[in-house]
Design a protein around this ligand. Structure first.
Ligand code: ADP
Ligand code: MG
Length: 742
């Protein structure tokens, strides 16, 4: 209570330690945070003083670049500073208020019109000095601004240190102006706090102190200062996240980790058995994985590569190394189709290399399963390939030392953990086709070692992508028919998003284009079809897929066999359908996103994606990776009737680039800051000021610094490291609160 009564200037007797501890005191200890305001803040996830000083401005209004009213150009956004000449409150209609203010400076007059803010009439009066920021209009003979930002230039505004006004996110009960006041009081409360960043790091990167940075990010004297403050605080966020990620694994049983003897006879025979030579990148990835597998620390490696870059054989070779070590490996894939495909492609190679393997999925017959599990538990089977079926409690390994997870992003955290728990402390190898740029990967997976496969092995042919509209989709059908007469095969993909899609398709079969179907911008800003679980498909969607297949069979591909595969089919039926397509008994496969992973049919050369705007870029890219695998020229047609500019820009990007990494970077640049890290990973929510596109150098620096700190002091126990570790824990707790408040 006494703290609330404290004056704005910090009490001199307060020590550095007190100020530092004050960060984690309840926000109600801050001056002017009444119980009611504390409650309003709490609803926003702001509970402590730390939360309040980390309640960063959403933007700034720069009142320092002022123009004389006479020079303010119509249509431009600018700031004018002057004296209030007259204030008039009008009520032209019931429940409508309008405040008209005339502002004069040496050059002329500016009229201000403010709707719905009757209180302005009380706050402003003739003779006051004000700064107004807004867009200049011209009407009734005057330059005007409607609802501009108005700042009274009094002592307080001068105290803002220059004329940069921060706009803090407000709450229902606390206005921006009040928030500004409360944040300022909170800053006073922690004045003189200790800086958790070691001085050596601050000097190396030219970073301001924490206290100065916090004050400057809220109340900068220039935009440059705000940028410097942000950089300092962003670095801190990154360093703490990296430390968190890197020390998270320290609890694992490090002693139990297997230091694999790599490069043994089976690994070599596996490579010899390949019908092709590994690419340089594949060999580099193998070497990097070998290095982490050979280390006595538990390996945590991620292999990132676009579809078709050949991740599978790299993983296969690592699994062969495990057999050399006399222990066991597991390869888990997200779908039955994919698991079977891995078995079909890796199995013969394992056989030649003397690696004993088995495959386990949900449809493995019970007797076969029992026998297999027995052999796995006895350690007879070196490598077990499978689906989620591997996670069943009765699947026991004698000694699992390498867990490989293919398409890792398709599994949940718990599923990945469940596989890892099948061993004492297995090395983990994650494969992903989601092209995550290195900086983002570092931010999200700073604890992992990373290898990239960027180029497709030679022999994979050119692939062309074209965007078509509903009216021009005949081009795709023509190309598909031409391919079919050459004996090639065709995919048609329907995103199947609820009744809307069904409706559209029915309509297309019947009437012409619908009138006025302007896309809902909000909904379509980032349309991602999240059908991760095949069970998500509803009956209605299946029915619409059936209609699409029937339409194509009857109207488009009359001379060829069309078959439908969808998520509601039993695994066995799906597999049979796929088999017919693979062997060429059917030539056109109509599918939902089921084929996104798990299909490798070299003869497939044409893919038509309906309602392509409904897919995310990454998903589209992964989809089209299904054609052009057999060395023949191939085409992906993206059909969309969207008129949303954003959607069309994304499709145009698909047309313009065949490189998943380039697309990912483009995708990132489209997103709003907060969306980039989104819900991807819990830890990343501490990154509130970081922009993974712009802050690449900062991310690399923080990653390297954290690595060095953890290598030197794994438990973070030294005097400097201890301070950082404490901050790390508190920052994560705060990020969690904020997450709840959102
Ligand atoms: P992904 O990275 O998408 O999982 P795959 O591992 O399925 O890619 O490989 C795609 C195709 O490329 C497979 O048919 C595979 O046999 C082939 N492949 C992999 N490595 C090479 C190579 N070095 N040279 C030629 N073909 C390769
Ligand atoms: Mg793959």
């Amino acid at each position: 209570m006494s703290a609330r009564a404290a004056s704005r200037v910090p009490v001199p007797s307060r020590t550095r330690l007190d100020a530092t501890m004050a960060f984690d005191a309840p926000a109600s200890q801050v001056r002017q945070v009444s119980p009611a305001r504390a409650e309003a803040l709490r609803k926003r996830g702001v509970q402590t003083v730390r939360d309040l000083v980390c309640h960063f401005p959403r933007r700034y209004i720069d009142l320092s670049s002022v123009l004389p009213a006479a020079h303010a150009r119509i249509g431009d956004a600018c700031t004018v500073r002057g004296t209030v000449h007259e204030v008039r409150l009008k009520r032209p209609r019931l429940r409508m208020s309008l405040v008209e203010v005339s502002v004069v400076d040496d050059s002329g007059v500016l009229m201000i019109t403010c709707f719905g803010q009757p209180w302005l009439a009380d706050q402003l009066s003739a003779g006051m000095r004000v700064a107004v920021a807004g867009t200049v209009e011209f009407s009734y003979g005057f330059k005007r601004m409607t609802n501009p930002f108005i700042e009274v230039i009094d002592d307080e505004a001068d105290a803002l240190g220059g004329m940069i006004v921060p706009v803090h996110p407000a709450t229902e009960r606390i206005t921006t102006a009040w928030m500004r006041r409360l944040v300022r009081n909170a800053l006073d409360h922690v004045e003189g706090c200790l800086d958790p960043l070691p001085l050596s790091l601050r000097l190396r990167h030219g970073l301001m102190s924490r206290g100065a940075a916090l004050r400057a990010i809220h109340f900068p004297s220039s935009m440059t200062e705000a940028a410097r403050a942000r950089r300092r605080l962003a670095y801190e966020e990154l360093l703490l996240l990296q430390l968190e990620l890197m020390t998270r694994d320290e609890g694992r049983l490090v002693d139990a980790a297997c230091a694999h003897a790599v490069g043994g006879v089976r690994a070599r025979s596996f490579v010899d058995a390949l019908p092709f030579a590994l690419t340089d990148e594949q060999r580099a990835a193998c070497a990097q994985i070998d290095e982490s597998m050979a280390s006595p620390r538990p390996a945590h490696h991620m292999l990132l590569g676009d579809v078709g870059t050949g991740k599978t054989v790299v993983a296969g070779r690592s699994l062969a190394s495990v057999a050399d070590a006399g222990t066991q490996g597991a390869l888990m894939a997200p779908t039955e189709l994919l698991a079977r495909q891995h078995a079909a492609s890796l199995g013969p190679l394992f056989d030649q290399a003397g690696v004993i393997w088995g495959v386990l999925t949900g449809s493995t017959p019970a007797d076969e399963r029992a026998l297999l599990l027995e052999r796995v538990a006895a350690g007879v089977v070196d490598v077990l390939i499978g689906t989620h079926a591997l996670l069943e409690p009765d699947v026991r390994f004698r000694s699992l030392t390498l867990a490989v997870i293919d398409e890792q992003q398709r599994f949940g955290v718990h599923q990945r953990a469940a596989l890892v728990q099948k061993g004492a402390c297995p090395d983990v190898l994650l494969l992903t086709a989601t092209p995550i740029p290195r900086t983002l990967a570092l931010a999200l997976y700073g604890n992992m070692t990373l290898s990239y496969l960027r180029a497709r092995p030679a022999g994979l042919q050119r692939r062309e992508t074209r965007v078509l509209t509903r009216q021009t989709r005949g081009v795709a059908y023509d190309a598909a028919r031409a391919a079919l007469t050459r004996g090639e095969r065709v995919y048609v993909v329907c995103p199947l998003v609820g009744a809307a899609a069904a409706e559209k398709r029915a309509e297309r079969a019947g009437k012409g284009p619908r009138q006025g179907d302007a896309p809902d911008e909000e909904e379509r800003a980032f349309p991602e079809v999240a059908i991760d679980s095949e069970d998500d498909l509803r009956e209605v969607e299946v029915a619409s897929a059936k209609r699409e297949a029937a339409f194509l069979q009857q109207k488009v591909f009359c001379d060829h066999a069309v078959e439908l595969v969808h998520g509601r089919m039993a695994a066995a039926a799906k597999q049979e359908a796929m088999e017919r397509f693979r062997t060429g008994r059917t030539q056109v496969l109509v599918a939902t996103t089921v084929i996104e992973v798990g299909v490798d049919v070299p003869e497939a050369t044409v893919m038509i994606v309906e309602d392509a705007d409904r897919f995310g870029l990454a998903q589209l890219h992964q989809l089209r990776g299904r054609v052009g695998r057999g060395g023949r020229e191939s085409w992906a047609f993206l059909v969309s009737s969207s008129r949303s500019e954003a959607a069309l820009a994304r499709l145009a990007a698909m047309e313009g680039s065949d490189d998943g990494f380039e697309l990912a970077a483009f995708d990132l640049s489209l997103r709003r800051e907060g969306d980039i890290l989104g819900n991807r990973q819990h830890g990343a929510s501490v990154l509130r000021l970081v922009n993974v596109v712009r802050d690449a150098a900062l991310i690399e620096a923080a990653h390297a610094d954290a690595r060095a700190l953890v290598d030197a002091d794994p438990q973070l126990q030294g005097p400097e490291a201890r301070v950082l570790a404490r901050e790390m824990r508190l920052a994560f707790a705060a990020a969690e609160r904020e997450g709840e408040g959102r």
